[in-house]
Structure formats: C-alpha cells, structure tokens
Design a protein around this ligand. Structure first.
Ligand code: F0G
Length: 404
C-alpha cells in the first residue's frame, strides 16, 4: 500500500523517515493510508487469506512480501456469556491478545515496525518499554538478525517480560526513572543515529495494531459491536483501533464505528482527567503509579490521538483502582478460564464500573480487548491468590490439608 507520513496535528507531510515527530510543530506523526488498492477489494477477498496481521496487507504500509513475521494476530475472540451476565450487558466478547507469539498485542505493531526497519536498512532497533514492547521487539529483532536495545524502568517491569527481553538477546538497560524518562532517553539515542526507534511514536507501529480492530469485525462477521473497551497507557493502541474503524467505514465495509472506550489505572490517568474536562489536550502525570505496570505511564505520546478517538466515536474514558483491576483479573480467569495480565484486566474492571454508573447500557454488545497474557506477571498473580497447601506425600495428608 502506498503511504504518506503526515503530522497528526498540523497535517504537514514529513519526508525524513527517521524523525519521531513533526519537524514543523513537534506534533505526533501518523500515516495516511492510500485506500485505492483496498477500494477494489471486498471483505470476502481478504477472508480467503489466512487469519493474522498480514491478511490485512492492503491496509498496511509495508509490502507483505518481505514481512518479518512470527505469525502474529489471529487471536481468539471469546464469547464470554457467563461474564456478560455478571456484568449486565447483552453480550461480551474478549479479544485475547495474550495468544500472540510473545504474549501481547505488541506483536501486531512490531511485525510491521521491524519489517519497516529492514526495508530502511537499519542495523539496530530500540525502544523504551514497560515490558511488553521490549519482549516483542527483542523477538522480532532476533528473527530479522538486527541488534536490539531496550530501556526499561528500573524495578517496574514484570518478571515474564524481563525474562523474554533477555532471552531473545536484546541489550537490556535498566533506567533509573519511569517509562516516560526512558522514552525521552531512547528518543535521544534515535536522533543521534544509535538506533531505529520502535516505540508506538513511530507511526508504522500503530498501523500493525489496527489489525486487532479489523480482526474483531471480521470474527463477528461484520456485525459491528456497540462498544470496544481497552486499557490505555501510551495511547498507541486506542488510536490504532480508531484509525482502523475510520478506514473501513470510509470504504463502506462497516456502517458505523463502535464507541471506543479507554480505561486507565487511577494512579496513571492523565487522559481520563482530560476527557472529564472535555479537553483536546492533557496535563502529564509526573508520578504515575499502579499495580498494572504495563500502563504505568504519565505522558502518553499518542494522548491527543486517543482523545480524538474518544470524542469522535462518542466513547468514554474512566479510571479504575488497583483493587478493581486485580478483582477483574481473577474474575475473568475464574469465570471464563481466560488469563490476562493486570493492565489487560483494566478493560474488564472498566466495563463493570461503567455499567454500574449507567454509562454502558444493558442492551450493549461489548468487546473488551485484553492485551497481554497472565504469565507476563506471575509475581502479582501469586501475591493475589489463595496460598498453596503444604502436605506430606500421602493421600491422607493431602485430604487433610485441603479439608475434603
Ligand atoms: N496493555 C498492555 C499489556 C500493555 O503492555 C500496554 C502498553 C497497554 C495495555 C497500553 O497500550 O500504550 O498502546 O496505550 N505497553 C507499552 C510497553 C507501553 O512498553 O509494553 P498503549
């Protein structure tokens, strides 16, 4: 697909493929998709291809013939009837992004981002991360034989994610600061040519992440849900979901766009505050804090895009407490057998809160995007479950220990 890089804010065209923001106004960048190729297609043409990110190649800005792929996407869309009943909505589907190759939705953006890096002839790629982006980038860089540098906030990355980044051979740097500090440093390293930046500020990343929205519609046989709820950190994903829906609506493939609803953790909720104030811009949060370390972010780079998604779709934004996140995580696991990490459970916690507040109607058909696998953060899980039973090695001792 032909593409143009443009500033999301002043709409200036950007030629330099290495800048991370608009040279004219400093705004966040976006890709303008040339939909001419796709306009000659029908949804059923795409549906002959294998499910996954590259099924939607006509909507992606990199040629599929040289894609660096680990067969990402094609994740389950679970029809969670028991949980829908508990929440009090007509239907609830959970899009289980934990089933991606490295266990999070980041793989959708990374297959496109790393393919772009290869196309540009880059040797080393890098990112700042709360964990999942680094795990994903490390894997795709390995697949593409690229050097990889990841900057992580010291002591705030869940064990599974850290293990993955180390395992795939990235140079892992623990930064004395939070994610926002790490992102500032890695942007500096990209500007001086040390590495090619693959955070979602790189507009090729959200292009891949659009496919989660395409897939949801595809899996529902083009019966568009009323609402899509997702957790928000750096705000790349929510913006990508919106862009995807706008593209398919402009082609007439869908007749309306779901209400896009973003959930933040109460200790890291700059966009929720902006939304409540009806503002197009947000005030960064200096000291973000939450058990959902994936979304422990105070200055989301795609924050303005996210606010546009909320307003344009008549969506909503709210925050949820850490306790509500952990309760929702357990409830999803124990009601539906679906294991997600804390940040992902924010979408479920948000659903329950918004039904209770009357924002979400009992007649709605809702999709929650659950972004990462439960195994990403085993320490939080173990800390929030009942203790294990200790027993001598005999049947009688086991019966006694468990009390049955
Ligand atoms: N859920 C999970 C599991 C995440 O890892 C992230 C972001 C989000 C939700 C929020 O998505 O940033 O697009 O709004 N993780 C990034 C990282 C920041 O470095 O892995 P977003």
């Amino acid at each position: 697909m032909a593409h143009i890089i443009k500033c999301f804010e002043c709409h200036a065209e950007v030629d330099d493929p290495y800048v991370d923001s608009c040279p004219r106004c400093g705004g966040v960048l976006a890709i303008e998709t040339d939909l001419d190729e796709a306009a000659s297609l029908r949804p059923k043409d795409l549906r002959r291809r294998p499910i996954g990110v590259w099924r939607y190649a006509p909507f992606l800005p990199v040629d599929a013939s040289h894609a660096v792929s680990l067969l990402e996407g094609g994740t389950p869309l679970y029809d969670c009837r028991a949980l829908a009943k508990k929440a009090g909505v007509r239907s609830l589907h959970v899009k289980y992004e934990g089933a991606n190759p490295t266990g999070s939705f980041k793989d959708r953006g990374m297959t496109v981002g790393v393919s772009r890096a290869v196309e540009l002839g880059c040797r080393t790629v890098g990112c700042a991360s709360t964990g999942n982006t680094s795990a994903s980038l490390a894997a795709y860089a390995a697949k593409a034989s690229l050097g990889c540098v990841v900057l992580l906030p010291s002591g705030k990355v869940a064990a599974g994610k850290l293990a993955q980044a180390m395992f795939y051979g990235a140079k892992v740097v623990s930064i004395d600061g939070n994610f926002d500090d790490a992102l500032n440093v890695v942007r500096q390293l990209a500007r001086d040519g040390t590495l090619y930046l693959l955070n979602s500020i790189n507009p090729f990343r959200p292009e891949g992440q659009k496919t989660v929205a395409f897939e949801i519609v595809d899996q529902l046989d083009f019966d568009v849900p009323d609402r899509i709820i997702l957790p928000v950190g750096n705000a790349g994903n929510i913006s990508a979901v919106h862009k995807a829906m706008v593209e398919w609506k402009s082609l007439g493939w869908i007749d309306r766009i779901p209400k896009i609803t973003g959930i933040q953790a109460a200790g890291a909720a700059p966009l929720v505050r902006a939304f409540r104030a009806g503002s197009d811009d947000f005030v960064p949060e200096g000291h973000p804090e939450t058990v959902a370390t994936a979304i422990r972010i105070g200055n989301p780079v795609s924050g303005k895009k996210a606010l546009r998604a909320l307003y344009d779709t008549k969506g909503f934004a709210t925050d949820v407490t850490d306790d509500a996140i952990l309760d929702a995580q357990r409830l999803l696991g124990r009601t539906e057998g679906v294991g997600v990490e804390p940040a992902s459970a924010a979408s479920i916690a948000g659903l329950f809160k918004l039904v209770e507040e009357g924002v979400i109607d009992s007649d709605e058909r809702v999709v929650c995007i659950c972004t990462g696998n439960v195994l990403k953060d085993p320490d939080t899980v173990i800390g929030n479950c009942e203790p294990i039973f200790e027993s001598k090695a005999s049947a009688e001792a086991v019966r006694k220990a468990i009390g049955i």
